[in-house]
Design a binder for this molecule. Structure first.
Ligand code: A3P
Ligand code: MG
Length: 428
């Protein structure tokens, strides 16, 4: 995904913002009390896929499934350090929303066309969406109640009642992420190498031409990604979420039913490791849950990077696996918190102007604060690019210039290439 979660190893606590708040008193949302589960939690609607797209090796976004991969069993004892020196590594970037905005624009364009083709008497109105965000950001928000170490910051803008989230990464933080310690870099590579061992570009089986004797299906290029965009709803808030999908099991039918998330983790050697793994399952769970990915295939490895065992988890069963265990967590606490977080933000940001950029700061065990950025802060977010805040200018112009006009996308020539119509039932 354009936006990756922080790995367990690579973070200073509570990344410092370099930007001065304009407000004297920031707005606050206090941390939830973990020992007091909510009596009822907001409903989370099953995600429904709207569209898929691919990033090519040159990092071009196209509305095709060229980057789609199919699941293949990895070989025993696979060496996850294999071909490390050939890794084509996409540099860490700011968590821009551009790819998702292109996809969302395209979805709306197609909906508008359908509406017009149906010769409906009512005029076209864009869907009433509360949030547009990458899945990684939503995962951070929902898992915050159990986050004990890593703070994060978001930039938030609102246009026509829709909030847009971008993870805020300062220049210093970006530099840090790009200059990862060699050991951490290698550990990060293990996860990608696992993806190569577990996937194939052929839905039926590995072809000799694409996998060598080791089961390796091709060198890692982290520019290439296959992404899914889904609509869902938390409480009363409709969400548009985009994220990377690692592979599908069997043939791709156009839905999320056979999506598979691939994960690696250190082999479990005792009760302490088990509790640690169960904590990690919280992130695995929400990461997949948010896009409707039903299966998480975990490769356990030795510290040396050799695979020991694998295990497949059904996403929806994960909360039951951890219930009552030492590393237990309760997804209802997360959903309740997530819903309060969104309401808090909606109430906070509605006061200002459309050009306002809010900086949300999450501090583990404390809560979140929101401040509106001053001019210098906004300039820092724009980073000299053609943007209004973090939104690309073309997107801003589409919405502010002409209301909810849609139709400006990229790769329009590939219009016929995307096989999937918009999911039925998008009635708002
Ligand atoms: P693991 O999750 O198996 O460790 P994802 O599973 O989210 O699709 O990410 C694929 C891999 O990218 C991860 O595999 C991990 O190796 C690497 N990765 C993800 N986020 C990272 C980060 N912030 N820093 C370093 N590596 C990261
Ligand atoms: Mg993965």
């Amino acid at each position: 995904m354009a936006l990756k979660r922080k790995a367990d190893f690579d973070l200073p606590e509570n990344p410092a913002s370099t930007v001065k708040p304009r407000l004297e008193t920031p707005c606050d949302l206090a941390y939830p009390i973990l020992s007091r589960p909510p009596r009822s939690s907001p409903a989370f609607q099953r995600p429904s896929q709207l569209l898929t797209f691919s990033y090519t090796p040159s990092r071009t976004l196209e509305f095709t499934d060229s980057a789609l991969r199919y699941f293949a069993s990895p070989p025993r004892n696979a060496d996850l350090g294999y071909a490390y020196d050939r890794w084509i590594r996409r540099p860490e970037e700011r968590g821009r929303l551009d790819g998702l905005l292109h996809a969302w624009t395209r979805v709306k364009r197609d909906m508008k066309r359908e509406h017009e083709a149906a010769a409906s008497k009512t005029s076209w109105k864009a869907p009433d969406v509360g949030v547009v965000s990458w899945r990684g950001v939503m995962t951070k928000i929902l898992t915050a109640p159990y986050e004990e170490r890593d703070g994060w910051e978001l930039n938030v803008m609102t246009l026509g009642g829709t909030m847009y989230f971008e993870e805020h990464l300062s220049e210093d933080r970006l530099r840090e992420k790009n200059d990862m310690e060699p050991r951490h870099r290698l550990q990060s590579y293990y996860g990608y190498a696992f993806e190569s061992y577990c996937t194939s570009s052929d839905p039926n089986q590995r072809q000799d031409s694409e996998s060598d004797a080791t089961g390796w299906s091709g060198d890692v290029d982290t520019n290439v990604q296959w992404c899914s965009v889904a609509k869902t709803k938390l409480g009363d808030t409709r969400l548009i979420i985009g994220g990377e999908v690692d592979c599908v099991r069997g043939k791709y039918s156009g839905g999320t039913d056979n999506f598979v998330e691939l994960k690696t983790s250190l082999a479990i050697r005792g009760a302490h490791d088990e509790a640690k793994f169960e904590k990690k399952l919280l992130k695995f769970y929400f990461q997949s849950f948010l896009l409707g990915v039903p299966e998480i295939f975990v490769g356990f490895r030795k510290p040396s990077g050799h695979l020991t065992t694998t295990q497949s988890f059904q996403t929806i069963q994960i909360p039951r696996l951890v219930r009552g265990k030492p590393g237990a967590w309760d997804p209802l606490i997360c959903l309740d918190w997530g819903s309060k977080f969104l309401s808090f933000l909606q109430d906070t940001v509605k006061s200002g102007s459309q050009r306002d950029v809010w900086r949300l700061k999450f501090v583990p065990k404390v809560g979140v604060t929101a401040v509106v950025l001053d001019e210098i802060g906004v300039r820092d977010v724009e980073a000299g690019e053609d943007r209004v805040g973090f939104l690309p200018r073309w997107y801003w112009d589409d919405h502010v210039g002409t209301g909810e006009e849609v139709g400006k996308g990229i790769n329009e020539k590939a219009a016929g290439a995307n096989k999937f119509a918009i999911a039925a039932g998008w009635q708002l």
